[in-house]
Design a protein around this ligand. Structure first.
Ligand code: PMV
Length: 332
């Protein structure tokens, strides 16, 4: 099955306006997605669960234009149409246009691009939301999540604020593989972005995942761990057990990176600074501070802690960017 078949299944009506505008938050997985069972449709081996980062993310405005070809802008700068990102975006937009339609796409991102801050997740989610406005598709959030997943797997979760589970689904067409909002909120929960290097990563998560599946002997243990971690994290959210949440999320990230380290050639996204920050966090925990971290396909860490510990965490990490995922207006 091809991406275009899924688009045909989902989009019945279109009523083109002239432009569509939307925002999608970036999301950080507490239980990671690592590995695809179908790489054309971005269907995951396991389910995953994330927290969206409030107003951190991407907004996009898509306008139908007369001129050929498309033109794309990121934070008001024209993107070179031969850049890998432009090709990826153009291929994605091809799924939704007739031959004669051309687009101008303006993306505004308030997070670094390609540095493990899920820029592709909020990028593709906002494109789908903006297209939904532009063409008045009136799709449900679950359907929009399926379309966003076709652009980038983790984009399936960026359709919502708050906690979101991306259910792996079982169907080969992936129509049951989409995000589902977890209704619980946790206003005390804070995420701290600890930037160690904002440069674009050299190895994409797509390639890294595939290499891990093909060569890591540890990967066979991963789906079982995810199954258990998802249960713990959902229970922790329900009972507001922060230490259970932090411990499970940190261990899940470490296990994901262990599968990568045991791939061949090895994949290591951490820098020396990443390891020192981890050691600092472990020491702070030994001293009684409830702070945990998670890490994605990049060297930066995302710290997890509660509001009551914010001042103390900031003493140790003064340049931390603090996110309140459940601040007024940032859920559902
Ligand atoms: O959706 P992708 O291809 O950007 O992969 C995301 C991979 C991780 O960020 C490492 C994990 C996750 O679940 O977001």
């Amino acid at each position: 099955m091809k991406k275009s078949d899924i688009v045909k299944l989902l989009i019945k009506d279109r009523l083109p306006g002239t432009s569509g505008k939307a925002f999608a938050p970036t999301n950080i997985a507490l239980c990671k997605y690592w590995g695809k069972r179908n790489s054309e449709l971005n269907l995951p081996v396991t389910s995953s669960l994330s927290i969206s980062l409030a107003d951190k993310g991407c907004s996009a405005e898509i306008t139908i234009i007369d001129q050929d070809p498309d033109c794309y802008f990121l934070n008001d700068q024209a993107i070179d149409m031969s850049a890998a990102f432009s090709t990826r975006l153009k291929n994605f937009l091809d799924l939704f246009r007739s031959d004669k339609t051309h687009f101008r796409v303006d993306i505004f991102a308030n997070i670094p691009i390609g540095a493990g801050l899920a820029s592709s997740a909020c990028g593709f989610a906002t494109i789908v939301l903006a297209l939904n406005e532009l063409f008045a598709w009136k799709l449900s959030k679950h359907e929009l999540s399926i379309l966003a997943r076709l652009g980038s797997g983790s984009a399936a979760r960026s359709i919502w604020h708050g906690f979101v589970e991306w259910q792996s689904g079982e169907r080969s067409d992936g129509m049951d593989s989409h995000g589902v909002l977890i209704q619980q909120q946790w206003p005390e929960l804070c995420v701290g972005l600890h930037y160690l290097n904002k440069q674009e990563k050299k190895l994409s998560s797509r390639i890294a995942m595939q290499r891990t599946i093909e060569t890591s002997r540890l990967y066979s243990a991963w789906p079982n761990q995810v199954q258990q971690d998802l249960l713990y994290i959902k229970e922790a959210i329900k009972t507001r057990d922060f230490d259970m949440l932090g411990k499970t999320a940190e261990n899940n990230a470490m296990a994901m990176h262990a599968t990568m380290a045991s791939a061949w050639p090895p994949i290591v996204y951490s820098l020396e600074e990443t390891l020192s920050a981890m050691q600092k966090i472990w020491k702070l925990r030994e001293e009684g501070l409830s702070v945990y971290f998670t890490q994605d396909a990049g060297p930066n860490l995302k710290l997890l802690f509660l509001k009551k510990d914010l001042a103390e965490v900031q003493v140790h990490f003064p340049s931390l960017e603090i996110i309140h995922p459940f601040a007024e207006g940032h859920y559902a």
